[in-house]
Design a protein around this ligand. Sequence first.
Ligand code: PLP
Length: 386
Amino acid sequence: MAEILDLVRKNDKYRAETLNLQASENRLSPDVKEALSSDLASRYSHIMPDGNNSYGGTSLFEQIYEKARSDVQSLYNVRYADIRPTGGHIAVLAAIKSLTKKGDTIYAIGPEGGGYPGYQEEYIPEMLSLRRESIPYLPEQQEIDYDEMAFAVKRNRPNLIVLGQSAFVRPYDLARISEIAEESGSRILYDASHVMGLIAGGKFQPDAAKRADIMVGSTHKSFFGPQGGLILTNDLDLVPKIEKNLTWMTMDNMHPNRVAALGIAAREMLKHGKKYAALVEKNSYNLGRALDQHGISVRFGPWFSKSHQVLLSPSGDRDFIAFSKELERNGIIVDRDGRVGTSEISRMGFSGMDEVADLISEAHAGHNVLKRVTDLVSLLKIEFWR
Ligand SMILES: *Cc1c(COP(=O)(O)O)cnc(C)c1O
């Protein structure tokens, strides 16, 4: 026991001294952390259709739950927000199950376009007995091939079109997709897992919840929250289905500590989201440009990115695993898929992207910049919370 606690403390110290550029991660405010490790971490709450809770001692938590729910609804300007999913993947499962039945066809972006692996045939489609087709995609432009998509959707009339990617730097033409979907009676699920924090701040694709039948996403990537998921919709007819597909179908305990932490994060977003999202967008563009100038080629210049991540070009001798390990030795953390994220450094109010690009290129060139990285990180502190 003591050994694990010791490792946890070491990890806290280690991560506090490193520069985190992982697109899937962010940093929690002290308030959010306090809620996460509160008494609520070992509690249950389940409000039944008749309004009674199946558990006792929940009256304070019920106030927290209602407040968190209503803040998330205002943040995304939607009629219904479900804050119970314990992860983005759970939110996706419940949402897809609410929009399809066995044997239905769904369209999703494939891995070559940066699509989420969960939408590949052998995962969610297999679990829910769905047929899966790929949305025609132009990976070189990181864009849907809209004409081909219109043609394919018209011919195959899928029940559901799933949008959203894990390597996600460019918003869609949602007006066009809505038209395509409407013609063939297809529903739209927008998986905003990576960009929930940007949308909350009015950036990237602010009309996603309005245009889609359901929008889902993770609460911990570009968003300020603890790990978890959200389901958002304006279609109140879908609500009973969503509710049925959560408790006892895809999950049980909603993790009341997580819900409280999420509520606090939603408040932080309501207060600071616009400034944060604007900084993330600016930092991504500046980092893309600066990396490119430092000889680390980034895809999709001259615009590079409209989101919280830039995608490195796989050309030349770049092996993303080796690249990530070189950086890690120098205290810079990136994933092993060639994504470099700006959420966390933006959360620290930092905008020195030239310096970040310089550190990355020096580390990649085999120079030791660990001390420079630690010195830089020691000057950063979390912003956008109170
Ligand atoms: C990360 C991700 C998920 C899964 O979210 P978790 O919160 O990790 O469960 C789902 N869809 C997309 C597009 C993602 O990038």
